[in-house]
Design a protein around this ligand. Sequence first.
Ligand code: SAH
Length: 257
Amino acid sequence: MGSLNYGDLVLLIDSKDRRYLLTLEVDKEFHTHSGYLSHNDLVKSKEGEQVKLSSGKTYLLVRPTMSDVILKMPRAAQIIYPKDIGHILLAADIFPGVKVLESGIGSGALSIAMIRAGAQIFGYEVREDFANRAEKNVVNFLGKDALLNYQILIKDIYEGIDHSDFERVVLDLPEPWKTVPHLPTCMVPGGILVAYTPSITQATRLRASLNSADFVMQETFEVSRRTWHIEGQAVRPEHRMVGHTGFITQARFVGSS
Ligand code: SAH
């Protein structure tokens, strides 16, 4: 908060609600079809101000929220959307200092939210280029110190998990059930598993594998978010909505009986 500095992330919003995410850099310019703005001028502005382009057109200047950054940051793989991330944080009960195994890492959207909530993440990701992208996205929003709580191993998690004592396991993988045989040796009793799967057949297959391991309190749900258009007498749901993203499955590990 407070005054802006070089290196800060800012969001510019035009009258049509188009949003542009920028990192303030010395002598850099922001160009659009309707003119340009210099970062040197932006840095002297304040949050909440309308800033003027060379053409006279104005943009609202604010610092981006975590959701703004996640939706706008460069992607390596499809991200988990903020509406689902919010529920995953609660389903996995992420708190400061909690030891989390996360796989795959993708673009790091979910990682950003969990690190910000205080998690210490150990990641398994098969693609080194994705892991690098995710690290860049994490540093860009949370700063270099965030890497103290973010270690990624380049490895196929289906082949096994070398680490142990995880309190939480958070999965966004095509075949999450292939990790289940490895989980009893890497999770603490009472630990929570949360998996995000775009398709219900993936969720069903995961649930079947959890039934044959020591997982209880299993639940699968989806999150619907419908925004409303509210303008004078015109009060109705928006015509467009994101109809489907994925299913979230949660379960608790109780240890071998
Ligand atoms: N949750 C992430 C997106 C993950 S996309 C986000 O919010 O940004 C799924 C990721 O799983 C991809 O990066 C893919 O490379 C990785 N992946 C797929 N199979 C894997 C495996 N067997 N082991 C580790 N990572 C895997």
